[in-house]
Structure formats: structure tokens, C-alpha cells
Design a protein around this ligand. Structure first.
Ligand code: F6P
Length: 413
């Protein structure tokens, strides 16, 4: 066995879970230990575990039997080191995270996560910690990789759900509006909408016109179709909503610039941790709005937790409008977290194993600061700072959009 340049690696999972995380952890650990003799430490519950020093040793036995398991056995959270609720305040815990990793003699931290995690890992890199990342998310929206793990499994789940909705929709002569996850990206809705044969596919990248959608549905019934399936992404926007959002964002940007100028002056005067935490809180908006509440997690005192505010499903508003415009009864199905649950598909297990083992090989070479990306048939390291802060959205003229239109699917525009 050639001497590895990395002696000890920390591994954490951060952001929303998805099928394949355990398979990827297993890939890293088995190859790190078995091929390169690298010691592995699991960090619990994402970046919070790093800040709170909660870890577990990872040996071959710890990762045995987890290839097919959904979720992440290390636990995850949406907590960010630079903006972490701690003792009633949001604090910048970046330095603590970096120091803890160094104290544990972790030479590199492998972070498995989505677009937000790529950003957070990159922040730790900038603060002096060696990192590598793997691209995980059912949303498939990470920049500079052809695909993310978790997407294929979610695609199967959502496609099967759409299949099943067909029989009940036709029996009752209904419109069924099915809401699919994806945050700001439409990959999952587009893919499952095509694979499941949805009649209408609405994605965030193509603002929709309710009246056009209704006209498409009426045209279907004029052709004797007894039902319609509308696949709508949770982040889809009507033309009016998209316009209002763009205007609001313009206004916000102007205000933010003004505030940033003020803050910059302030920062120069008072460059302490608190000031940086406040600035970060204003500029980072991965998942908004959020709310902070006290919750009881176990026998001890209640602890503070920040949650994404529960929103009315997009599909409900749309179903109401379509029912009114078409005179056809409409129902809503929100697939929600079912899309992220359960065992990973064969394709995701394969991808995770390839990504994890490729990361271990890079660790052995002592190469850090990369995300392991999928490019065609290959797994290649891409510089993390080129990935962080960008989202891979569906281009409006993407081949899949064209294919959907060619089979007569209404894209809402
Ligand atoms: O990023 C994965 C994802 O499932 C998105 O599709 C969705 O918007 C979000 O996470 C939901 O987050 P949470 O599990 O925190 O409700």
C-alpha cells in the first residue's frame, strides 16, 4: 500500500438527506481504510456536530450493511458554521469548526451535501480547513456536475407516483395536480413528468400562465380525455409571481448594496465575530423564510432549532385556479419527503460508490479543495470555489424540455 498523504479524514452529511448518502459514506470509508490506510471519523448531524465536537469512529464494521439503507446514519442538519443558532443567538462558529477539526487531527473534512453544503464547505476551506465534497441532492441542481446522487432514486419515486395517479384520475374524471420537490430547480419535475407521462409540466425556470394551462386541459377533454395530470415543481411560478419576484429581488438587491456599503464601513471599524455573523445572516438566503423555536429533543432541557417555515403547497393554489377555469374537479397530491425516503436505486448505489472511492483516492494523493463531479462516464475533481454559490437550473431550451413539448406536453407558457 503506497503511503497516503492524508492520515485522518472526517466525514459529515449536511443539508436535506437523500437516498445514497450511506452508500457514499461506505465508499469513502472502505476505500480510505482498505486501499490507503486512512483513519476515518464520522461527524454527527452535519456542521453542528463539528462545532459541538460530536463524532464517532468509522471502521469497516461501522459501514458494513449500509449500502442499501436510505437516509444518513451520521445524521444531518441544515446548520451552517457561519450562522449557527447557539444559546439563543445566531453566531459565527467558523473558527470553532476549523479548530475542532484540527484538534481532532482531521487532515481533511469530506462533506456530502447539496448546493448549500458546497458553499458552507468552501467557507471552511477559506477559513483554513482542507475539504473535499460530494454532490448530493434529489434536486440535481449542483453546478459543474452532470448529475447528483439521490436524483435517480427520487426520479423513480416521483415517476411511479405519477403513473399511479393516472388510474385514479381517469376513474373519477379529475385533474390531479401533483407537487414535486426540487427547491428552485425543475429537474425532478421535468424528468418525472416526462417519465410518468404528465400532461402539463410546470417548472421554476419557465413561468406559467394559468389560463394557457387551463386551455390545454379543456382541449384534452374536447378530445375525449377523461383526466389530466399536472406535474408542478414546488418552486414553479406563474408569470405574475415571477414578475413580482424579479421586481422584489431588484429592490432587495439595491437595498442590500446600500446596507452592504454601510456594513463594510462598520466591519472595518469593528472586525469581531459578532459583526461577521450579522452580515452573513443578511446575505445568505438558501432556504427562507425560517423560524427559530425551542424544541424538546430528549430527556434534557428544550434546545433551540431553526426550521424552514411550513408553506401552503404550491399545488393547492394552482388546483383551485384550474378547477375554477376548467369546471373540472381537481385534487392535489404533494409527494413531499416520500421522494427522499427509502433505499437508493441501483444507479445511485453505483454512483455513490464511484464518487466515494474516487474521493478516497484523492485524499491519498493529498489533493484538497475539490468537489467530486460526474462528467460523462468519468468522476473528476472540480475546484470547489467554482461550484460554491452557483445553481444548475434547467435551461429553457434543454433537450428534455424540447422532448416534452414534442410529445404534446404543455410547459405552461
Ligand atoms: O434540497 C432537497 C429538498 O428536498 C428540496 O427539494 C426541498 O425544497 C427541500 O429539500 C426541503 O427541505 P426540508 O427537508 O428541510 O423540508
Amino acid at each position: 500500500m503506497a503511503r497516503s498523504k492524508t492520515r485522518c479524514v472526517g466525514i459529515l452529511t449536511s443539508g436535506g438527506d437523500c437516498p445514497g448518502l450511506n452508500a457514499a459514506i461506505r465508499g469513502v470509508v472502505k476505500a480510505a481504510i482498505g486501499c490507503h490506510g486512512i483513519k476515518c471519523v464520522g461527524v454527527l448531524d452535519g456542521f453542528r456536530g463539528l462545532v459541538e465536537n460530536r463524532t464517532m469512529p468509522l471502521d469497516d464494521r461501522a459501514v458494513s450493511g449500509i449500502l442499501t439503507m436510505g437516509g444518513t446514519f451520521l445524521g444531518t442538519s441544515r446548520d451552517k458554521p457561519h450562522k449557527m443558532p447557539m444559546g439563543g443567538k445566531v453566531r459565527d462558529m467558523t473558527e470553532v469548526a476549523v479548530e475542532n477539526a484540527k484538534r481532532m487531527q482531521i487532515d481533511c473534512l469530506v462533506c456530502l451535501g447539496g448546493a448549500g453544503t458546497q458553499k458552507n464547505a468552501n467557507r471552511l476551506r477559506e477559513a483554513g480547513l482542507n475539504v473535499l465534497t460530494l454532490p448530493k441532492t434529489i434536486d440535481n441542481d449542483i453546478w459543474n456536475t452532470d448529475i447528483t446522487f439521490g436524483y435517480d432514486t427520487a426520479l423513480d419515486i416521483a415517476s411511479e407516483a405519477i403513473d399511479r395517479l393516472h388510474t385514479t384520475a381517469t376513474s373519477h374524471q379529475r385533474i390531479i395536480v401533483v407537487e414535486i420537490m426540487g427547491h428552485k430547480a425543475g429537474w425532478l419535475t421535468l424528468g418525472s413528468g416526462i417519465a410518468g407521462g404528465a400532461d402539463v409540466i410546470l417548472i421554476p425556470e419557465i413561468p406559467y400562465d394559468e389560463e394557457r394551462v387551463a386551455e390545454h386541459l379543456l382541449e384534452r377533454s374536447r378530445h375525449g380525455k377523461r383526466f389530466s395530470i399536472v406535474a408542478v415543481a414546488e418552486g414553479a411560478l406563474s408569470v405574475a409571481e415571477a414578475k413580482a419576484l424579479a421586481e422584489a429581488e431588484e429592490g432587495k438587491k439595491a437595498k442590500k448594496k446600500e446596507k452592504e456599503r454601510e456594513k463594510e464601513k462598520e466591519r472595518r471599524k469593528q472586525e469581531d465575530t459578532e459583526a461577521r455573523a450579522r452580515k452573513a445572516a443578511e446575505t445568505d438566503e438558501d432556504y427562507s423564510p425560517t423560524e427559530t423555536v425551542m424544541i424538546k429533543r430528549g430527556p434534557g432541557a428544550p434546545v433551540e432549532a431553526t426550521y424552514h417555515t411550513v408553506q401552503e403547497p404550491k399545488a393547492s393554489r394552482l388546483a383551485r385556479a384550474l378547477q375554477r377555469l376548467t369546471g373540472t374537479e381537481a385534487r392535489v397530491t404533494t409527494l413531499g419527503h416520500v421522494q427522499r425516503g427509502g433505499s437508493p436505486s441501483a444507479s445511485d448505489r453505483l454512483l455513490c460508490t464511484r464518487l466515494g472511492t474516487a474521493a478516497a483516492d484523492l485524499l491519498a494523493e493529498g489533493r484538497y479543495g475539490f468537489m467530486m463531479a460526474v462528467k460523462g462516464d468519468d468522476i473528476v475533481p472540480v475546484p470547489l470555489d467554482e461550484v460554491a454559490g452557483k445553481l444548475k437550473l434547467v435551461p429553457a431550451d434543454h433537450a428534455s424540455v424540447r422532448a416534452a413539448r414534442s410529445v404534446g406536453t404543455c410547459m405552461g407558457d
